[in-house]
Design a protein around this ligand. Structure first.
Ligand code: PSU
Ligand code: MN
Length: 312
């Protein structure tokens, strides 16, 4: 079998050796989710937030045919500046690696890489989901199936309001993915704390989320968990402010024939423009908030695993 071209940064390699808690971070949010230079500032700030919260960050990307787990600051900056970087999901991951390509990893591809690197917790902004009009377009993010396949707990701020949230919940239920709202009964909706939809599950502490993660493994179930962490109150945008803006961006996407991988980046960019940058400020705040919770969960998983070994 071909050996996997896996490269650990010195910081991540040391953390793996010493059994320190690790948090995976994706790179599509850098290349396709935010404009320059806020994308680089945010990537650095998220890594710093994970460290300040007692864990080690591992930003993941494919660079010149190698799967990098943990990026140097120079690599982070090169990705943030680059234009036309490939957006890699499960389908195109192997081709990119095999042909020496470079690409940013989505939630789905980052989960695959995290599993290979033995990283159990991953922080991002929002996961992909079922797009509005999916009954015609069939546009359902590969992130959902990945949550059913790779054993990683993903901390996001719920699903973006550009998606059809009820259908997204239905698909996650069908796939057997636990959707856990953190500290509230309703599902957060990315830029807003409350989607108005009841979340299937609710947990109130990092310790409970870590215990559920470990129990899922003990049951022998494949797949991970989706933790939906509401954006801090002071950073949220009210759903009624966003609704007309989202509708407008969606109409434009349809009129311009935007399809497939281009849909999510197009909508995020238009919403950024139409909110005059307010959506980006909220996006940055929620990613940092998710990084903190992910670090706490990774720390709990490490502590609970140690306790189990000691009492065995
Ligand atoms: N969350 C953000 N910004 C993003 C994304 C998520 O705040 O850019 C990216 C993630 O990488 C996610 C992807 O996996 O969008 C989903 O793309 P699609 O809908 O094409 O599956
Ligand atoms: Mn899609």
């Amino acid at each position: 079998m071909t050996t996997l071209p896996l490269v650990f940064s010195p910081e991540v390699a040391a953390a793996r050796r010493d059994g320190q808690p690790l948090v995976a971070l994706e790179s599509t949010i850098i290349t396709h989710g935010m404009p320059w230079p806020q994308n680089l500032d945010t990537a650095r700030a998220v890594e710093a937030e994970v460290r300040a919260s007692g864990a080690v960050p591992a930003t993941i990307a494919v660079i010149a045919g190698k799967l990098h787990v943990g990026l140097s600051d120079a690599a982070l900056e090169a990705l943030a500046r680059a234009e036309n970087v490939a957006k890699l999901s499960r389908a195109d991951f192997a081709v990119c690696l095999a042909t020496g390509g470079t690409g940013a990893t989505t939630v789905a591809a980052t989960m695959i890489a995290a599993r290979l690197a033995g990283i159990e917790v991953f922080a991002t902004g929002g996961v992909g989901g079922v797009h509005k009009g999916a009954e015609h377009s069939f546009d359902i993010s590969a992130d959902l199936q990945e949550l059913a396949a790779s054993p990683v707990t993903v901390v996001a701020a719920g699903a973006k309001a550009i998606l059809d949230l009820p259908k997204t919940l239905e698909v996650l239920e069908t796939l057997g993915v636990p959707v856990i709202a953190f500290g509230q009964d309703t599902l957060p909706a990315f830029w807003s704390r409350d989607s108005g939809l009841r979340a299937p599950l609710r947990l109130d502490s990092a310790a409970e989320i870590a215990a559920a993660h470990r129990m899922r493994a003990a049951l022998g179930l494949p797949g991970g968990q989706l933790v939906a962490n509401p954006v801090p109150v002071e950073d949220e945008i009210a759903p009624r402010t966003l609704a007309p803006i989202i509708a407008r961006a969606q109409n434009e996407a349809e009129a311009q024939g935007i399809a497939a991988k281009a849909v999510t980046p197009f909508l995020l960019n238009r919403i950024f423009e139409l909110t005059e940058g307010q959506s980006l400020a909220t996006n940055i705040a929620l990613v940092l908030n998710n990084a903190r919770l992910a670090a706490a969960i990774a720390t709990e998983i490490a502590a609970q695993s140690r306790n189990t070994r000691q009492s065995a």
